[in-house]
Design a protein around this ligand. Structure first.
Ligand SMILES: Cc1cc2nc3c(=O)[nH]c(=O)nc-3n(C[C@H](O)[C@H](O)[C@H](O)COP(=O)(O)OP(=O)(O)OC[C@H]3O[C@@H](n4cnc5c(N)ncnc54)[C@H](O)[C@@H]3O)c2cc1C
Length: 319
């Protein structure tokens, strides 16, 4: 028996979320009195694989195969299922991001496993296996009992504080059967020098109150001085002021940064559904009755066009 965790890497280096996942999985393994097995797919060197031991992995199963150099959801699902069966996994932990959302339901079918999606806390009990999750776009909470023998959990990124829990992990190479990959990639345009929204600890976000794409300079400059990623509300990306990948909310990205700065965003429930996991929310809005202030830890009633330049100067001064 084991708790299996699927780790993600970027050019051979584990993403931060992988350490969160391993930390989370190792806590569940403690609750079940079993071991944590991490599965890594792709060309990751042993030094890097060993870092997973620091966060509580007892064993690392490394799957290297040239066919897996591109992300093919079906091929990845099949590999994870093979490792899960080999390791007799009772719980499989995956990130609640684009990759996780594509893999987890497929894996759930393959393993006949119940799926708990978008979890941000440890199960309150393992007998029965009870998870706590937000429902109705975060308006309510529910305790869900997963009754299947194997359970799959997708963990919301940045929701679980990872901590060191050094284990002397063993590394095992696994020769998985990889069916012919059905997709091919003709062109890759890598984003460089820009923080990925899901990985960012600070996010500066703009809404329709920013009035036009031409006013985004202040959002970008504040993000730059803070080392933050930029985001936006849905109407902003619908208008084409910002790329769709930046839109947060019910139909966009769900993020949980340490600091979320919302400028000119009213705080509609659909927007809050994507950002309410943020540890600290700062809202800038001209309307003192805007709903965003109910969700905010700090509120600035004012014109974003004036407040943002002042914030930029203040941050520069502190730096
Ligand atoms: C099914 C469905 C799914 C949806 N999914 C999403 C989603 O995923 N994400 C999302 O964001 N929305 C989503 N929406 C849309 C959502 O309901 C809201 O319409 C949207 O979030 C509003 O965006 P906004 O706050 O930028 O704009 P508005 O609601 O127009 O708010 C603009 C705010 O800016 C303030 N303002 C104006 N001028 C200034 C200024 N100079 N300085 C400071 N503040 C100023 C105003 O007071 C106002 O509060 C969804 C809607 C539906 C029906």
């Amino acid at each position: 028996m084991s708790v299996l965790v699927f780790t993600e890497n970027w050019d051979g280096k584990f993403k931060k979320v992988s350490f969160e996942l391993v930390s989370y999985a190792s806590k569940i393994a403690e609750m079940l009195n079993t071991q944590t097995v991490a599965v890594s797919i792709g060309d990751v060197q042993d030094d890097e694989l060993n870092t997973l031991g620091k966060y509580g992995a007892d064993k690392i199963v490394s799957v290297k195969n040239d066919q897996l150099n591109i992300l093919d959801n079906q091929a990845y699902t099949s590999v994870i299922a093979q490792v899960a069966e080999k390791e007799e996994a009772k719980v499989v932990v995956i990130a609640q991001n684009n990759m996780g959302k594509a893999i987890a339901p497929r894996l759930s079918v393959k393993l006949k496993a119940g799926l708990g999606a978008g979890i941000s806390k440890l199960p309150s009990s393992v007998e029965p296996f009870t998870i706590f999750k937000k429902v109705y776009s975060g308006k309510a909470y529910s305790n869900v009992v997963i009754k299947s023998d194997v359970k799959i959990l997708t963990l919301a990124q940045n929701s679980f504080e990872f901590e060191e829990n050094q284990k002397s992990a063993t590394i095992e190479e696994f020769n998985a059967t990889v069916d012919a990959v059905k997709t091919s990639v003709s062109d890759v345009q890598k984003q460089t020098g820009k923080l990925l929204l899901n990985d960012a600890e600070i996010v500066v976000s703009g809404g329709r109150g920013m009035k036009s794409a031409d006013n985004w300079g202040a959002i970008e400059e504040l993000a730059e001085v803070l080392g933050a990623a930029t985001a936006c509300s849905r109407p902003v990306s619908d208008e084409g002021w910002r790329p769709h990948g930046e839109h947060t909310g019910q139909t966009g990205k769900i993020i949980a940064p340490n600091l979320y700065i919302a400028a000119g965003i009213s705080g509609a429930i659909q927007h809050l559904a994507g950002i309410s996991g943020s540890k600290c929310i700062v809202a800038i809005n001209t309307d003192k009755d805007a709903p965003i202030f109910e969700a905010a830890d700090y509120g600035i009633i004012g014109d974003a066009m004036k407040v943002l330049p002042e914030l930029i100067e203040a941050v520069k001064e502190i730096k």
